[in-house]
Design a protein around this ligand. Structure first.
Ligand code: SF4
Length: 494
């Protein structure tokens, strides 16, 4: 789907121009710097605001309020509950009048005051979706706190935040900034679960629940401990996260969160302890960043690398795999698959290329893998169709296309992200599911043969006569679209 002209990204340029006229230029410039687009305008992804909404909904004692068009809010709350939010999402509706007169902002302020009960909440997150952002609804003018309840206002427009992964970073960064200001202003409470007496490594990026535990075990021989995972699950964890010795950017796209950690003087280490090489390099990099003696680093490596090697040797993967996703862990998964024996010629990620992705990118490229950041659906499909892998791991439309072609396929988000990846627990964890899926080739071929001849796309199905194709209508419509595109291009130049 082209970025403009269809769906909810229609008129993104106009929305952005409106937002700039409404005084949002500084914010949009910061977003453009943090979340660079290109080579094309925008990857195809669900509403980005879902990322930040989910982060807020997963935090204890945090309320979330959306301000946006009713259809957007309906979609976002629907998906939240589909993913088990079990929490109400606040909504401040608006119409053209409340938007232009500034009454919407007053309504948001009133809603926040009504909601700010310190017995129930540590914080309230208010999110401007596309239209209120474009109209410049000034969430920065909300009070910082009401009766001890922190108020965090963020703008998460689809025309400024390319993916829902990066929207998580918008909220994580805003919360870290707030927590950093609190720390600078005076003493703050410890998290309910307590703090470690050893220096900690804060982990950036949502992971399988056992992964932080595994990472903690691997850090222990160096006298270190795993700190909180950001995005956090409770407000006080933000203080502990900032109080770390270094940050492991397990997912490399948390640009604004990394900015906060850097401002707090915390070194950032990219990549993650995946597979043999990844674990060896990550333990060394973290040890170095934390000033650990070389023999202690070697002790940690010696304690875990043989077990990882053994697990990788025991559970081999044979076959060619193409991989694409929008979680931010695509490069890590590719490393693990390759160390398990798979041939992975292509990795596409909707996330941008950042400094924290450097080590994984170098490792993959040195093995001849084509890595495409900000990959579009077309990139992912072209790779899958060109390579004809034994297995395509990808997003829903990639998996759908693969099945049409009789190529076994697995959903990245549901089936790969929901597995341990780190250390000995992660080594070999993908082999079972991947090998089982590859073994389905005969079934896929059987299914393809069964549906052979039923047509495809707009001629799919059983027709009484020939499908009523009107290519001339299509050509005429295409002409109109081309004309609109030319006019938009000309308008851009003016
Ligand atoms: S908030 Fe913006 S990107 Fe999200 S559904 Fe609404 S119009 Fe689309």
């Amino acid at each position: 789907m082209p970025a403009d002209g269809q769906g909810c990204h229609a008129g993104a340029a106009e929305m952005e121009a409106a937002a700039r006229m409404a005084g949002q230029s500084e914010l949009l410039d910061q977003y453009a710097e943090d979340y660079p687009t290109g080579p094309h305008d925008k990857p195809q992804s669900m509403c980005p605001a879902f990322g930040s909404l989910r982060v807020g909904l997963r935090m204890r004692r945090v309320a979330t309020v959306l301000s946006g068009s009713a259809c957007c809010v309906y979609g976002l709350t629907f998906v939240s509950h589909f993913y088990g939010a079990r929490r109400s999402v606040g909504y401040v509706p608006f119409n053209s009048e409340t938007l232009v007169t500034g009454k919407l902002f007053e309504d948001i302020r009133e809603a926040v005051h009504d909601l700010a009960d310190p017995d129930r909440y540590d914080a309230i997150v208010v999110t401007n979706l596309c239209v209120p952002t474009a109209s410049g609804v000034p969430l920065r003018l909300l009070p910082d706190e009401i009766d001890g309840v922190r108020i965090v206002g963020i703008d998460v427009p689809g025309f400024g935040i390319p993916t829902h992964a990066e929207a998580k970073d918008v909220l994580a960064g805003a919360m870290l900034k707030y927590a950093r200001d609190e720390i600078q202003a005076g003493p703050v409470p410890a998290p309910e679960a307590g703090t470690s007496d050893r220096p900690t490594v804060t982990l950036l990026g949502e992971m399988f629940p056992a992964d932080p535990v595994m990472i903690g075990a691997m850090l222990a021989p160096m006298g270190l401990a795993a700190g909180p995972v950001v995005p956090c699950r409770e407000w006080r964890e933000l203080y502990a996260a900032l109080d770390c010795g270094s940050v492991g950017a397990i997912h490399p796209f948390y640009t604004s969160a990394m900015r906060e950690f850097e401002a707090a003087g915390r070194p950032i280490v990219g990549s993650a302890p995946v597979g043999h090489d990844g674990t060896a390099a990550w333990l060394a990099a973290v040890g170095e960043a934390m000033g650990v003696a070389p023999d202690q680093i070697a002790a940690a490596q010696n304690a875990f690398l043989p077990a990882i090697e053994a697990a990788l040797a025991e559970k081999r993967i044979e076959g060619t795999i193409t991989l694409s996703g929008y979680e931010g862990s695509e490069l890590l998964v590719a490393r693990l698959l390759i160390e398990s024996g798979a041939d992975v010629p292509y990795v596409g990620t909707a996330c941008p290329r950042t400094h924290a992705a450097r080590a994984d990118l170098d490792w993959l490229e040195s093995r001849g893998v084509t890595v495409r950041f900000r990959a579009s659906l077309e990139d992912d499909l072209a790779a899958m169709e060109g390579i004809k892998p034994d297995l395509a791991i990808g997003t829903t439309p990639v998996v759908q296309r693969a099945k049409e072609l009789g190529v076994p396929a697995l959903y990245f988000t549901n089936l790969i992200s929901a597995r341990p990846l780190m250390g000995p627990a992660g080594a070999g964890s993908l082999a079972e599911v991947v090998t089982a899926a590859m073994a389905n080739k005969d079934r896929m071929d059987g299914m393809k043969a069964f549906f052979e001849g039923v047509g495809a796309e707009d001629t799919a199905g059983v027709w009484e006569g020939d499908p009523n194709l009107r290519p001339e209508f299509r050509a005429q419509h295409q002409k109109k679209l081309d004309k609109q595109a030319r006019a938009a291009k000309a308008a851009e130049m003016i």
